[in-house]
Design a binder for this molecule. Structure first.
Ligand code: SAH
Ligand code: MG
Length: 198
């Protein structure tokens, strides 16, 4: 629908104007194609921001349901608004809480990690317990704007350097994980897909 297109465009413009780090175009395309290809029905998203990726996942297939967690109040409120605007509020459940504190009992066939970059490992460990046996864990921003490939000495900011270090630890954790196999894709800002090995 033309209307849907326009509304999505408005959300993307809001993100740009307010520096909300939503998924890049080819990243979101990868994610929605993945959902269609693997017939994903239930998604748990860590990091809603203003609801853009949750809405795109819900629009990928009418069977998709998304539960998504956001700790920032302003963004959460914007997400509530956007989900109503796109009329997907019956298929998206928003949780306003810190993902590391929330207690989720349900199981999902996809866990999508896109929150605080230094906490990927903690999110992975916590939410792999909510993964259906044959489910997938997808993590966004594995390349972190190219910083992960850079020589650490070239990264001037100490905070940034420490964040990059944590992402590298996460990448190694995924590579050495015996329970999960992970493929890395150079789309968007870098995306990884993890599945159970046996
Ligand atoms: N998935 C969104 C973008 C998310 S940006 C999209 O592509 O449209 C990352 C978001 O994660 C931010 O809004 C930030 O507030 C949130 N976040 C970071 N750490 C979090 C945590 N521990 N719990 C919940 N949300 C968190
Ligand atoms: Mg992201």
């Amino acid at each position: 629908m033309v209307d849907t297109h326009l509304k999505i465009k408005e959300i993307k413009e809001y993100a740009k104007e307010n520096n909300v780090p939503i998924m890049m175009d080819d990243g979101i395309q990868f994610l929605t194609n993945f959902i269609i290809k693997h017939k994903i029905k239930n998604v748990l998203e860590i990091g809603t921001a203003i609801g853009y990726s949750a809405i795109m996942m819900a629009l990928a297939n009418p069977d998709v349901r998304v539960t998504t967690i956001e700790r920032d109040h302003e963004r959460y409120l914007e997400a509530v608004k956007n989900i109503k605007k796109l009329e997907v509020e019956d298929r998206i459940t928003l949780i306003y809480q810190d993902a590391l504190e929330v207690d989720i009992r349900d199981s999902y066939d996809l866990v999508f990690i896109d929150a605080a970059k230094g906490k990927d490992l903690a999110f992975f460990e916590k939410f792999s317990k909510n993964l259906e046996y044959n489910g997938f864990i997808i993590t966004d921003n594995i390349n972190f704007h190219g910083y992960v490939a850079m020589d650490e000495k070239e990264i001037k900011s100490k905070n940034l350097r420490s964040l990059v270090k944590k992402i590298k630890i996460y990448i190694n954790y995924l590579k050495n994980n015996k329970e999960f196999h992970t493929d890395f894709y150079d789309v968007g800002d870098g995306v990884s897909v993890s599945t159970r090995t046996s």
